[in-house]
Design a protein around this ligand. Sequence first.
Ligand code: NAP
Length: 290
Amino acid sequence: MKSELNILILGGDNRYLEVINILASNNMNVFLNGFNKLSLENPSIHNLETSDTDFSIMDAILLPVSGTDKEGEIEATYSNASIKLTEKQLQQTPEHCTIYTGISNDFLEKIASNRNLVRLFARNDIAIYNSIPTAEATLKIAIEETDVTIHGSEVLVIGFGRVGITVARLFAALGAKVTVTARKSEHFARIAEMGLKSIETNRIENIVSKMDICINTVPHSVIGSTIIDQMTSSTLIIDLASKPGGTDFDYANEKGIKAIHALGLPGKTAPRTAGEIIGGVFLELLQKNF
Ligand code: NAP
């Protein structure tokens, strides 16, 4: 690896405090934009304004988990100023400069088209590690929002992807009666191996009336009005799928069914762990690629 890489962190939230620590303690030169509310005493950390930043020396740029908005605006929890990423700034970077982001959008893909753009949250390793704090936070919500124990509760986990698997395993470990939905035969085999019940995702209407808690991880409309009509008034829906989620929230509200769209859980309930996950994978990629 090239010694002393120059890494620019452009905005970010509380998870990035751990990322900064990890980079600085691994001999990286860390340049920060969007952290002017903080004073960080470390000779490897340079807390700058965007106007004072020399993009031409950067080996890599890390954007927030949310990337940029449609105009290039960047989320920066620790700054009062508005931070923007522009095509002009990226043109000033050396050709080898790699742009790391949580997720991307058309704007970011367009302005970074001449650079290597890495979407960290599309990676399996990050998604699987992140499923741990996500599942724990889901459990916290379930405990707080119900008046029964998780042990013995009927819990429906919709979707058997990276989040669904971890959520199902955690609730089952606490003694919940877990049913998981899937649509692939190998997933039904794995669910059986885990000792859990299963049903096809498009057949949940048949079993939802006996559920105490329904946890959705499918990023498509799966809990619509016909399914909500089958639920008892005490059923709790926790929808984990990214916006717009998979639940008809308006209809649930109309029917008096509590439906919570619980987003960004790792950052909310375990920011240090979430930062360690991002920082650990980011460092590994930097060490491999430079
Ligand atoms: P994933 O591994 O891709 O799993 C998605 C699951 O949804 C899979 O079981 C997939 O089935 C199923 N699915 C997708 N489209 C479907 C459809 N049209 N009909 C039926 N099933 C469908 O994703 P993940 O990493 O588990 O993440 C799940 C969601 O949670 C995403 O929206 C993610 O952004 C979000 N998330 C939220 C948080 C939070 O804090 N709330 C944290 C992490 C992730 P197949 O395997 O058969 O395709």
